[in-house]
Design a protein around this ligand. Sequence first.
Ligand code: ZN
Length: 308
Amino acid sequence: MSCARRSLLPTSPMRSIVAVALLSVTGTVAGAQDFPGVEVEAIHVSGPVHMLTGAGGNLGASVGDDGVLLVDDQFASMVGRIREALAGIGGDEIRLVVNTHWHGDHTGGNAALGGEAILVAHENVRATMAVPSETAFRASAAAPSVALPVVTFAESVDLHWNGEQVKVVHLPGGHTDGDSYVWFTESNVVHLGDHFFSGTFPFVDLKNGGNALGLADNIGKLVATLPADCRLIPGHGPLSDMDDLRRYHDMLVETIAHVEAAWKRGASPEDLAAAGLPAEWSSWGGGFIDTDTWIAIIADSLEATRER
Ligand SMILES: [Zn+2]
């Protein structure tokens, strides 16, 4: 039987607080995200590959003789600071930008960079950015054409940059319907975009083809296939490794199973929230997504894909 779908996001005052917190990091109010005092820091990972932090999603950068291949570009207001950080590690010319997905804290710099760099992303990133869109937390206007990816793909695309093959591979129906990971094959570094919130519950964009169950499946496949010794750049959180990804996968599988068991018995959204999650995962609610919101995301994902 299929029950009437009751979305849990965002409804309560608690989730309104979450929404405000999320807005502050993902950006919603045009012109209001200058992030004063936030600096972009570059961390060398391996070979030509660096991780850059700042405001919004973590950046990846391959810096070398071919110029800079940048993975994601945070917000428009961060582009100057991103350029400065890249210049500090020898990167003067941004020639390629790969967007892991369409969210504004990963594509906000596209409009500033699209005139000088080739923008690359899954075809659903371009389709979503080209029209007005919204998540559970924010609405976005259609992006100007200069900000849209000009190279798009359905499954994967290989780039050859700074002496290595860079594989960009679609991850269907996880964080959104248009996510990709970026694998620097010689450097042995993978940027996982927002499929990976290292050490915290992830946001899942159900309004744009995302699903927590699909995300867990995708992460399970990556755990099984990526090299055991590769370094991982998460969309949010610190530079990580495969042990961190396995722990994250355990969290996804176990919290989904926990919620699903009660959901199958007919528990209401209020019952699910009241039941909470095993204490083992309590610290994972300290990021953008608190425990109640993660339970709601799982329940909405179950409603969208499973029969009770
Ligand atoms: Zn995202």
